[in-house]
Design a protein around this ligand. Structure first.
Ligand SMILES: Nc1ncnc2c1ncn2[C@@H]1O[C@H](COP(=O)(O)OP(=O)(O)OP(=O)(O)O)[C@@H](O)[C@H]1O
Ligand SMILES: [Mg+2]
Length: 172
């Protein structure tokens, strides 16, 4: 059972980036966030928002060919894209577990491709394209740590321009 789950809707890439920035303001080193959803759903847009809140300089793109890029910010940001990975064993080549268990925030695009490889306590964002400019983001936490992150992120998103968090006020 998820510790906490909710859905939000955004009406533009800028709104999704704002939601990502609110996530970036709520994360701590050691947090692991899985980003799933179709090509072009907005996983990298979320990552750009997180990166901006962490003070990462430079442009953040999908690390599709590198698989992993670590950005320097107020906290290190390990940005993975597992789209091109063929087998879970290849995760060892990039020291996946060493990085994820290190002193960084991990964002893992296409992390759902290797569910057995993921830590137990992760925040999963499933993005769905609902229109040219609209996206639905289903958020689910699988443990205590990710549940706390989900709760604070949800509260922070409730007032953001272009971001709707249906279901009323965030639970305390
Ligand atoms: N509400 C929205 N939220 C996020 N992106 C949006 C939204 N509306 C339109 N877009 C557009 O959708 C695209 C999302 O691209 P992005 O690179 O973030 O997708 P992705 O999920 O990372 O794809 P990939 O799997 O190829 O890495 C961008 O071109 C962005 O401008
Ligand atoms: Mg991407």
């Amino acid at each position: 059972m998820s510790a906490l789950s909710f859905v939000m809707e955004t009406d533009s890439a800028a709104a999704t980036r704002r939601a990502g920035a609110a996530l970036g303001a709520a994360v701590h080193a050691g947090d692991v966030v899985i980003l799933t959803g179709d090509l072009g759903a907005g996983k990298t847009v979320i990552a750009q928002g997180v990166a901006s809140a962490l003070g990462v300089s430079g442009h953040v793109t999908s690390p599709t060919f590198n698989i992993l890029v670590v950005h320097r910010g107020s906290v290190g940001l390990a940005h993975f894209d597992l789209y091109r990975l063929e087998r879970a064993e290849q995760l060892e080549d990039i020291d996946f577990w060493g990085v994820v268990e290190g002193d960084v925030v991990s964002l893992i695009e296409w992390g759902d491709r290797f569910p057995e490889a993921l830590p137990a306590d992760v925040l999963t964002l499933t993005l769905e394209i609902t229109g040219d400019e609209s996206r639905r983001i289903a958020v689910s936490a699988s443990g205590e740590r990710s549940g706390a992150l989900a709760g604070s992120w949800r509260s922070a998103c409730a007032g953001l321009d272009g971001v709707a968090v249906p279901g009323g006020r965030a639970p305390r």
